[in-house]
Write a protein that binds this ligand. Sequence first.
Ligand SMILES: O=C(O)C(=O)C[C@@H](O)[C@H](O)CO
Length: 325
Amino acid sequence: MTVGGPTCRAGEAALVAVDWGTTSCRAYAMSASGEVLAEVDRPAGVGSVTGSAAERHAEFERVLASILDSLGVAAGSVPTVLGGMIGSSAGWLEVPTREVPCRLDGGRDLVEHRTGRGHTVYLVRGLHQGGDVPGLIRGEEAQLMAVADERDRIVILPGSHSKWVLLTGNRVESFATFMTGEVLAAVSEHTILRAFAARPDRAGGSFSTAAFARGLELAESSRGGLLADLFAARTLPLAGSVAPAETYPLLCGIVIGHELSGGLEIHRRYCGRPITIVARAEILEEYRIAFAAKGIAVEAAPPEAAALGMWRIARSHGLVDGRHP
Ligand SMILES: O=C(O)C(=O)C[C@@H](O)[C@H](O)CO
C-alpha cells in the first residue's frame, strides 16, 4: 500500500475507512485495490465527544463530514466504513458483536446505518467473549483481518485498551484486555505523579530508553504489583535518581512491563507461538524493547493494518466493486 497526502483526486477513492477509537479518529481514502490514497488523523475520539445522545450524534456527523471534506471525498459518493468505539454504547450506534471463538472472514461484519444527513455508513461489528468477566473488542477485529494468515500466533494490539489475541490461523480463539494506555494517561495527568511524569514531546526525541528499561526492571522484579510500583515515579525523581524528564518513560516501562507479565501469564500455554505487534513505530519500538528484555523476539504487522482490514471487510461485503447503493 502506498500512502498519499491528505487529499485524493476527485473520483479516485472507492472506499473511506475510518478507524474511530476512544482517543483518536484516523480516516483513509482507499482505492478499489486497497491502496491508501489519502489519510487524516484527528484527536476526535469518541471519548472526547460529550452531551446528550442527540448532541453526540450531531457531533459525529459533523466530524465525519469534515473528515470527508479533508480527504476530498463527497459525502455518500463512496461506501464509508466506520470501525472501533464509534460502534459502541459510547459511540454513534451500538452494533451487535460477534462471539469468539470465530473466524475472521469479513462476512456478516457490517451493520448499515442511515445518518441524519441521509447518507449510508457501515459500522464494523466488534467481538465479544463470554465468561465470568466478559471481553469486548471494537476496532482491533479489523486490524486482525489485516494480519491473520495460516500461522497460529499471538497478536498484540497496544492502545488505550491493549488486546492480546490468540489466533489459530484466521480464527480468534480468545483474547485479553489491558487498560495500559488509559492507565498511563490517567496516572500521568490526574494523580500526584503528574508533577514529574508529564508526557514529553515524542517528536522532540525526548524519550529516555534507559528510564523505560528501568521501569521494565521494576515491573519484572515487582514484589507489590502495579499499584506499588507506580509510586516509584514519585520517589525516584524526588530522590534525584531519575531526572524529571525521564519520569514518563519510567512510568511507561512500569505499565508496559506489567502488561507483558500479565499477558504472558494468561497465554503461558501458547508462549512458543510467534508474537505479532500491531502498532505505530514508536509504540512498536517500546514493545520490542520490553519483549527483548525477556529474550522474546516479536514481529511487526504491516503499517495501516486498520485501513487494510476494513478494506478487506468491505470487499467481502461487495462494497468496493460497485455494489454500494
Ligand atoms: O466496546 C467497548 O465498550 C470496549 O471498551 C472495547 C474497547 O476495549 C476497544 O476494543 C478498544 O478501545
